[in-house]
Every structure is written in C-alpha cells, then in structure tokens.
Ligand binder design. Structure first.
Ligand SMILES: *Cc1c(COP(=O)(O)O)cnc(C)c1O
Length: 467
C-alpha cells in the first residue's frame, strides 16, 4: 500500500475549505434532497473496489457536504445551538487528528492533558468554583456531561451504587427536571439503570422557569409513594426558549432536601464569558455538577462538552478502575479514571486554540455581539407586529407568535413551512410548556449582523403574507 504525499491532500483540502467558507452565506441554508438520491449517488461513485485519489475524493466530499446539509454556519441560520465555527478551530481539530494524542492516560500525552487542564481551570474560575477538590473534564457533548453528572450523583448518594447498581437504591428513585429540560436526561436515566420513570418532569411557571415549590410538592408525593429523590437538574439556558431556571432558589431547595444539584448550562454557559450577562447565571457556583458545551455558544466544532464537579472524590469513585495494563495512582490525573471515555481524543485543543487566539475579551465580544443581535431581533419583531412568548429570556433565543396565529388564521407550522420554502433562512417550530407552539430563532452565528436580523423579520413577514 502506498500513501499519497501530504501536499496532494493539503492543497485540495485548503482549496475546498476556503471555497466552502467563502460561499457559505450565499448557499441556500436548507438542502432539498432525499435519502434515495444520496444513496444512488454514493453507489454510483463508491464501490470501494478501486482506490479514489485524494483530490477528486476531497472535492467530492466537499460538494456533498456543502450541498446536502443545513448550513448551520450561515448568517441566516437561526437554529438550534449549532454555531458557525471559528476558523482557528478547524486547524485545532486537524492538529488533534494529525498528532493524535491519546488522552486516556496522562503519561501518553502530558502536553494535551495539561493544555486541557489549563483551559478547564480558566472556565472553572468563571463558574466560581474554587481550585480545591474540583474535577473538570472534556466530554463528547452535553449528553455525556449530563450522564456523568447523574452517575456521579447516584454514586455519591447511594454508597453501594457503584458495585450493586440500581439495587443499591433500595427501590425506585427520582430526579427532577423541568418539562423544558433537555431530553438527554430521559435516556440517561434509562442508561443508569434507574429507569425513565425516575425522571419527574415538572411543569414550569408561565415564565417557563422551574419553580422550587412545584418540585418540593412532587418530592413529598414521591417520598410518600416510596421513591427516593436524589437529584434536581436545573437548566441554565433551555434548548427551547433560552430560559435560566432560578439557580439560587433551587440550590437552597437541594440543601434543605439533601439532593444533588446538577446545572445543565450546555448552551447558556457561554454567558459566563460576558461581564454584562454573567449575572444571569448567578448561583451556578452552588451546583454540585455542571454541564457546559463549548460546541454551542463558544463557536467551536462538535463535539466539545465540558463536565465540572465539586466532588472530586465522588468522580473518582464513579469512574476510577484498577487494571493490570494501565498506570493507576490513587489520585489519578488520568482521564480514563475520571471520565466516561477510555481512548480519548484531544477535545479541548480547539477550545484552547480558540481562547488563545481570541483572548477572554475577544470571546466576550463574540458573546455580547450575539446577545445584542438577540435584543435587536426582539425589538424589530415587536415593531413588525410579532409577539414574544418567552419574555423572561435575556439570552439570544427569541420565541415568537403573531396575532394572526392566535386568531387561528394561520399556524406556526404553516409559517415555518413557508419560511423553509424561501430556503435562505432557518428557524424552527418549538412547543413550549404552558405556551404551545412558537417560532424559535436563536442567534448562533457570531457573524450575524443587523441586516441579517432585518432579513429574518422580512422572511417572517413574507411567510405571514402567504408567500
Ligand atoms: C444541546 C443540549 C444538550 C445536549 O448536548 P449535546 O452536546 O448535544 O450532547 C443538553 N442540554 C442542553 C440544555 C442542550 O441545549
């Protein structure tokens, strides 16, 4: 087998990525394609019988990826928390692949391990966690970080859970989260062996915030029925509406009831980088564990979750393991003994390179700019006759309806369908507890400008007028 010269790869790669980035905002945000069409295309070109040289291969993959995906980096993508990525992070991910540090054990890549630890300490300070006794690690994403939080909480709360599993809980258990919380929690409960019914979904108030009193009532009902509560999962920046649950009140509730507080700040954690927005997340430092995704508001590629926990000993009890083939000191710095993963790529390298190249103030500007675009959208939408249904959100997720929808003359689904038909703006329909359907627009692209906000409002107006 011969491998191609590196230049035969890098030259077309450089060309493909530049071309993609330069044309990003021109492309239709929304692809029109069927699975059959792509399958046929692949069958015709790739039977894996003959080797394909790098240049046509790179060109073709670039073509498929630019044509057949929602262009989440587009300035008119007002979608889920999928950012446009900072160019330096492309280099970082390429370096992680090329140098391929193995992060399972510290001793295999002291460089990458310490780079990650250095960045995590920086974020840990922003959270307000002290240096002592904290465990911080990168994860594939928010789902893994949430999973880690629930596992560590179970191990902490039920002393023989690590060895006995759910049987150690002495019966059914309960964890509390808003109806608006992320549904990864449901899969996590299943995977932890406590069952999906352990997730007690609590209806938030009209402001979409999780009320401590509603949880308290459910805790008492559950205890009466023989369930053992162990955790509250608050959300700092809900996926649907960008709402931050009342963290100090929930922390007080958890103290009184002896429960673990996990704060899911997968997207909202980004607000900690901004001096203007930081107070929105006040109380996050009271959490026992925290999820924060860099691949959402911090504009780095997927996946880059982060998991922080104040109880290092419980993290080690959860993930620690003795093997005959890995080094294992008592207070191990080895990622494999402190996290869910074993073989591990240098997830944190792209976060490190983004932070190093922007600096804290550059990151703050990026966050503040998106928050300002969110405020501008609220202002322009209201001016045009739209109504904001999540007024409690101060972070840049804007959920809208219109008097025409309230009057039953059109529907949110119909409006979103018409926006998609225009193909150059992406928003979504969201169903919010106690509010119902709304159009959801989130500022996720750091390059989005005031004219893009105007464009979005006019696309909504066009949809409303029947086009
Ligand atoms: C996106 C999200 C998650 C899941 O994170 P992944 O990175 O997609 O695994 C969890 N919680 C919240 C609030 C999210 O927005």
């Amino acid at each position: 087998m011969s491998t191609p010269h590196l230049d035969a790869i890098w030259a077309p790669l450089r060309e493909a990525i530049s071309h993609f980035r330069e044309g990003l905002d021109e492309g239709p945000v929304l692809p029109v394609v069927s699975a059959e069409e792509i399958e046929k295309y692949l069958y015709e070109r790739y039977d894996f019988a003959r080797p394909v040289p790098p240049e046509p291969l790179i060109k073709d993959v670039a073509l498929m990826l630019s044509r057949w995906q929602v262009l989440v980096g587009h300035r008119h993508y007002f979608g889920l928390f999928n950012p446009d990525t900072l160019p330096i992070t492309t280099a970082a991910d390429a370096m992680a692949a090329a140098f391929n540090p193995q992060l399972a054990a510290w001793s295999h890549s002291p460089a990458a391990a310490e780079i990650e630890a250095h960045v995590l300490r920086g974020f840990q300070r922003l959270i307000g966690y002290s240096e002592e006794g904290v465990s911080a690690s990168f994860a594939s994403g928010g789902a893994e970080a949430n999973h880690s939080g629930v596992l560590v909480a179970l191990t902490h709360h039920f002393p023989s859970y690590a060895d006995e599993g759910a049987a150690a809980c002495g019966g059914p258990v309960a964890m509390y989260a808003s109806k608006e919380a992320h549904h990864s929690l449901v899969k996590i409960a299943h995977a932890c062996g406590i069952g999906r019914a352990a997730v007690r979904e609590i209806y938030p108030g009209d402001d979409l915030k999780l009320g401590p009193e509603s949880i308290r009532q459910q805790i008492h009902r559950d205890r009466n029925e023989g369930r053992t509560p162990f955790l509250v999962a608050a959300t700092a920046g809900t996926t649907g509406a960008g709402i931050v649950d009342p963290l100090p009140e929930l922390a007080a509730l958890c103290r009184e009831e002896g429960l673990w507080l996990h704060v899911d700040a997968a997207w909202g954690g980004g607000a900690l980088l901004s001096r203007k927005l930081r107070s929105t997340l006040a109380g996050i430092e009271l959490a026992d564990s925290i999820t924060w995704d860099a691949h959402k508001w911090l504009s780095v590629p997927m996946g880059a979750g982060m998991f922080f926990c104040r109880h290092r000993a419980s993290v080690q009890k959860t993930f620690g393991i003795q093997t005959t083939y890995m080094p294992a000191p008592a207070d191990s710095p080895d990622p494999y003994a402190n996290t869910m993963q074993w073989s591990r790529r240098a997830i944190g390298l792209k976060v490190f390179m983004a932070l190093a190249s922007l600096g804290w103030e550059g990151y703050e500007e990026l966050i503040d700019h998106q928050a300002a675009m969110g405020d501008l959208l609220r202002e322009k939408a209201v001016e045009a006759g739209w109504e904001i249904v999540n007024p409690a959100a101060t972070l840049p997720v804007v959920c809208l309806t219109h008097p025409e929808v309230r009057a039953g003359r059109t529907s949110v689904s119909e409006l979103v369908r018409r926006v998609y038909a225009q193909r150059d703006v992406w928003v979504s329909e969201v169903k919010l507890a106690s509010i119902g359907s709304a159009i959801r627009a989130c500022i996720t692209c750091y390059r989005t400008q005031p004219e893009d906000i105007e464009h979005l409002v006019s696309a909504l107006n066009t949809a409303l007028n029947g086009a």
